[in-house]
Ligand binder design. Sequence first.
Ligand code: ADP
Length: 780
Amino acid sequence: MDLSSFFKYATPVIYWLLIITWALIFGFYMLKVKSVKTKDSLLRLLLIILAIDAFRSFFESTYFGLWYTSFSGLLPRSIFNFLNQPEIVFVPKMFNLITTYIIVTILIRKWLVAEISQKKELNDLVDLQNSRLIHKNKKLLEAKEQAEENEEKLSRAIMALPFPTMIHANDGEVLIINENWEKLTGYSHKDIPTISDWTKKAFGNESEQREISIYKLYDLDKKAEEGEFEVLTSKGTKLVWDFNSAPFGTFSDGRKLVITVAKDVTDYKRASLEVHNQKKLFETMFNTITDGVVITNTKREIILANKGMETTFGFKPKELMGKSTKLLYADSLKYADTGTALFDKNAKSSDNLYVTLYKDKNNDVFPGETFGTKLFDSNNKWIGNLGIIRNISERQNLISDLKLAKEHAEESDRLKSAFLANMSHEIRTPMNGILGFAQLLKTQDLSGENQQKYIDVIEKSGERMLNIINDIVSISKIESGLIGVHLEETNFNEQVEFIYNFFKPEIESKNLQFLLKNGISFNEAIIYTDREKVFAILTNLMKNAIKYTEKGFIELGYFKKDNFLQFYIKDSGIGIPKDRQKAIFERFIQADISNKNAKQGAGLGLSITKAYVEILGGDLWVTSEKGKGSTFYFTLPYQTEIISDKIKKIEVLAPAEISLTKKLKILIVDDDETSEMILSISLEEFAKEIIVARNGVEAVQACRKHPNIDLILMDIQMPEMNGFEATKEIRKFNPKVNIIAQTAYALIGDKEKVIEVGCNSYIKKPIDVSILKEKISELI
Ligand code: ADP
C-alpha cells in the first residue's frame, strides 16, 4: 500500500476519533456542571466555558473530519465542496466567534464579578477571623491578668496561712514556703530550695525515707495524707508536725504541683503525753494502794474501784461498777448513817475518818477504817464521793495480842517476883535446916540419937535444895536445846511398877489410897523410849499428886490408844481452878500464886515435865475441878522399833584386874576442896594412895607421872581444862585406867556424854558415898 492511501484512511480515522473524544469531553463537562453546587459559581462558569470550548473543538473536528474524509474520497466530494464554500464556513466560524465573545463576555462579566465577590468574601472572612483573634487575645490577656492576680492572691493567702504551708513541684523544687513554715522551722526558702534539702534538714536520720515517701506523693493524683512526724528546727529543737499533702494543679511549665500543709501539734502532743503520764501515774497509784479505794457518784454508786478492793473485799473492780456501796457494809443501818453524816447533799463535813463493819464477797465481816470525802468539780459542784477502806482486823488482832502480851509481861513480872520470893524461901528453908542443924551438931554432949536426927535433917534439906537446883539446870538445858533423846528398849510394866513401889510408902504414910490400873499386856509393854525422861515425867506428876492431895486416893493408870501409850495420874486433891489450868505448865507458875508458901516447889516441875513429854513426841494436859481433884494425862509414841539409835557406845578396854584386897591408887580431880575432902574421907578404905588434882591439866600431868593409877574420880566442870577434855587426853595414853565422872549436871544426857568421851562410869554430885562404893566394886 502506498503512503497516499495510508493518509487517505488514517487522517479521517484520527478525525473521527477526535470527534468522538471531544463529544465525550463535552458530555463529561456538562455532567460536572450539573453536579457542581450553584454556590461555587466560579467553578461552574469555568466548567461551562470548558464545555463550550469542548463543543467548539468537537464542531471543528467534525467539520474538518468531514472535509478530510470527503477529500480522501470516503465521502462524496460534494460534501467537501459544500464545506468549502465561504458562506458555509461563515456560519460555523461565525458561531465560533460568537461563542468566543460569549465566553469573553461571560468571563469578563461573571468571572470578574465572581472573583471580586470571592475576594470580598475572603476579605470578610479574614476580617472576621482577625476580629475574633483580637477578641480572643483580649480575653486571654484578661484571663492572664486574672490568673496573675489570682496567683498573687493565692500566694498572699498561702503566705498568710496560720499553718506551715509549702508548695513544691514534682521534680522536688520547693516553690513556696509560707511565713509560718519559716518562723517555726527557722529555715528560709533559700535554705530549702528543694525537697531533698528540706528532708535532710528536718528529718535527720530519717531524711532518706521521708524523701522517698514525698516523691511517691507526686505519682498520686488523689489527696494523700502523710501523718505525724518529728521535725528538727534550725535551732536543733524538735517539733511534731501533722502533715497533709494534696495535688495542687499544674505549673505553667507543665510540672505537677503539690501543696503540703502541716499542723504544729508539738504542744498538743506534749500536753497529751503529760495527760497520759498523769493518767498512768494515777492508775498506778490507784491500783498499788493495798487499801480498797472506790469513787462513787452522788447516788453512792461505784464508778471506779481499785485493785485493793479485791484484796480487801474479794470483789474484782469491774464486779463493783455501778453497784451501790451498800453491798460492802455489814450493817445496812450503818450504811444509811454514813450516808446522812457524810455523803448527803447537805452533809457538812467534807471528809471523815470512821471505823465500821464491812463484809467481803464471802460475806465474812471485818472491821474497816474508812477515810471518806465528798468530791467536787472545778465549779464546786458535788460530783460524788471517795472512800479509802482499810481492813484493820489484823491491826485489831495485833492490838489485842499486844494487850495480851502486856498482861502476860505484867503477870510474868509478878510471877518473877513471886518466883524470886519463892526461890528465896525454897533455898533459905533447906539452908536454914543445914546451917541450923550443923550448928546444933557442934553442941557438946549431944546424944547419939539427936546427932543422927540432926544429920537426917541436914541430909533432907540438902536433898531438897539439890532438887531445886536440878530443876533450874534442867529448865536452862531445855531452853538452850541441849536435851537429846536416848531411846532404849524399855519394859513399861516394870517401869510403872517401880514407880508404884517407890511412891507407895509415902502415899500410904499420908493415909491415901494408891491405885494402879495397868491396861497393857506383858507382850505389849516393851517399847523404845527414853527411860530416864519417862521416869522423870512420872516422878514429877506423882510427887505433885502426893503434894496436893490430903485425903482420898491417887490413881496411876496407862493404856494403849492408837499409836500412843496414854498415862493418867488422878488424885482427889485440891484441884486447879479453870483459869490456871493452862498457866501451871509455864515456868515458875503455881496454880495459886497468892499463896506463895502454899506448898514447897518453884513452879518448874510441870514445865520440865511438859518439855520432856513433847521432846518424846507426846502431849501433856490436865482436867481438874477445884476442890475435887486433878487428872494429869500424857501420851508417848508407841514405838516398838528403834528408829534412830542415839546411844553411842565407846569401846573402853576392860579395867585391869585389881584385887580389892590390894589397896587402890586413886586420883581425885576436883577444883572444890570440900567435895575433894568428902571423897578422900569416903574412899579411905579402898585407897593405898590418894593423889589430888585441881583441874584437868593437873589431872593429865598426874596420870603421866603415875601410870599405875587404878581409879580416877573426874570432876567435869573445872577451870583451865574440864573433865571431858582431860578424860579424852588421858585416854590417848592410858586406855586402861578406870575413870568415874562426877558432875553437878545431875541431868539426863550427861551420862551418855561422859561415856562418850571415855569414862567408865558416872556418879552425880553431891556424891552418895554408898553408890560410889557400889560403882567402884562393879568396876574393880
Ligand atoms: P511446883 O514445884 O510448884 O509443884 P509444878 O510446875 O510441878 O511446880 O506445878 C505448878 C503448879 O501446879 C503447882 O504449884 C500447883 O499449884 C499446881 N499443881 C500441880 N499438880 C497439881 C495437882 N496434882 N493438884 C493440884 N494442883 C497441882
